[in-house]
Design a protein around this ligand. Structure first.
Ligand code: FAD
Length: 387
């Protein structure tokens, strides 16, 4: 067994760090208010495009659609390096829900050209519209309907919590085309362009971090042609299964981000434990403070190893249903524990907006909720052992 990070990925990490130091830190300093959360959409887009130009943004997509064919182990390490930098703009250097999704690899050649390629070059952005007020974890119970009328389809329903909903050039919308076939699927994915009559953005939903992070999307007799079905008309009813195929990529990317953020928070805690004097000695000389640091270090190490192993297996074509859920579950809970402990190590300063920990504490809360909650990951893992 070789546990060393392959040199080409180590170099990729150094290049990412260099890009962040050279170009993003000065931008952060010049354009962001350190005590406010929002990052202007125009600035995000600029960073995404620059990162795409440098070959980072969607490096794990195949070369024939504009990616670099980077294996998942490389992508995980790239995401980790970006998150570990602690730079607030680094989060836009690799793709999230606004960028390409593996599902679009199931698109027709024409759809790939029109939608996937410009997502990979970051010239366009999208949103992934699955969740509804009545259906989150139980996504197969969505109520948005798609009814065929000749060679068009009519969509009706409301989505919510949709990231980038207001700014996306198009939405990948999941709608039930046949409720009687719920157990076999009966859900179809449609590519719906912004501005399509009957498709509108509803209210903004304000969350713990960004002011306007998520949005409602409303479909009222929204008509789309059958060419807008992801993968073409033969894929009617296959939307849910398509989505399931690419779950591992999403879970690994969350794991990698959690590892990077935990690394950064821990480095702040170690530094503070060395420098803060109380009772005439550094606070890090106290075993209770050491325990916060050491417990975090041990859990982070375990999390990184399980993330790398899962990515490595994925790259070797092994099934990773259990492993990717373990990574998502463990890393997302680990980073919450680490953020909490590092605030404790900082005492009252940890609470203050002058330091990044307060924001990190709020930011990481999302990771146990999206891409399948912790409870859903436990349910999946239990199923893999026959329960
Ligand atoms: C910031 C943010 C961004 C998001 N972005 C998007 C997006 O871009 N696109 C999109 O489609 N969705 C998005 N979502 C939605 C997200 O995927 C859902 O919130 C998530 O799947 C949980 O669904 P829910 O909120 O309806 O919770 P529910 O499904 O109602 O769950 C409530 C609680 O019950 C638990 N629970 C439910 N079922 C079970 C079970 N079988 N066993 C044990 N426990 C269970 C859950 O774990 C949770 O603790 C986003 C959400 C947030 C908060």
């Amino acid at each position: 067994m070789d546990f060393s990070i392959p040199e080409e990925y180590a170099e990729l990490q150094r290049n990412m760090t260099g890009f962040i130091d050279r170009e993003l830190r000065p931008l952060e300093e010049a354009e962001l208010d350190p005590e406010e959360d929002d990052v202007p959409v125009e600035l995000r887009d600029r960073i995404r495009r620059r990162s795409a130009e440098l070959g980072f943004y969607a490096a794990d997509f195949p070369e024939d659609v504009g990616g670099s064919g980077l294996p998942q182990l490389g992508m995980v390490l790239l995401r980790e390096a970006a998150a570990r930098s602690g730079c607030r703009l680094a989060g836009f250097t690799t793709y999230g829900p606004e960028g390409p999704t593996g599902l679009l690899l199931n698109a027709t050649d024409e759809q790939k050209k029109q939608y996937l390629v410009p997502l990979i070059s970051a010239e366009k952005s999208m949103c992934f519209a699955l969740t509804e007020p009545e259906a989150g974890s139980d996504a197969q119970s969505i109520r948005t309907t798609a009814v065929q009328d000749g060679d068009t389809w009519v969509l009706n329903g409301t989505k919510h919590f949709i990231t980038n909903g207001k700014h996306a050039d198009f939405a990948l919308v999941f709608a039930a085309n046949d409720r009687s076939k719920k157990a076999q699927g009966g859900i179809t994915a449609f590519i719906v362009e912004a501005g399509t009559p009957g498709f509108s953005v509803g209210r903004a939903q304000r969350g713990m971090v960004e002011g306007e992070g998520q949005f409602e999307l409303v479909f009222e007799d929204c008509r789309v042609s059958e060419e807008q079905i992801l993968g073409g008309p033969q894929n009617v009813g296959m939307g849910f299964y398509s989505a399931m195929q690419f779950l591992a990529m999403g879970r690994l990317s969350i794991g990698a981000m959690c590892n990077g953020i935990a690394d950064y928070a821990l480095s702040l805690g170690i530094e503070h434990a060395k420098n803060r004097i109380a009772f005439d000695r550094p606070i890090g000389k106290n075993q209770y403070v050491q325990a916060h640091i050491v417990d975090s270090l041990v859990e982070l190490k375990a999390s990184k190893l399980m993330t790398y192993e899962c990515a490595w297996k994925y790259d070797h074509g092994d099934p990773v249903i259990q492993e990717s859920s373990i990574v998502k579950l463990y890393a997302s809970e680990m980073v919450n524990r680490v953020a909490d402990r590092m605030i404790q190590v900082h005492g009252g300063m940890g609470w203050m907006r002058e330091l990044p920990l307060e924001r990190i504490y709020r930011l990481v809360r999302i990771f146990t909720l999206v891409e399948g909650t912790s409870e859903i990951q436990k349910y999946i893992i239990a199923k893999t052992v026959g329960l």
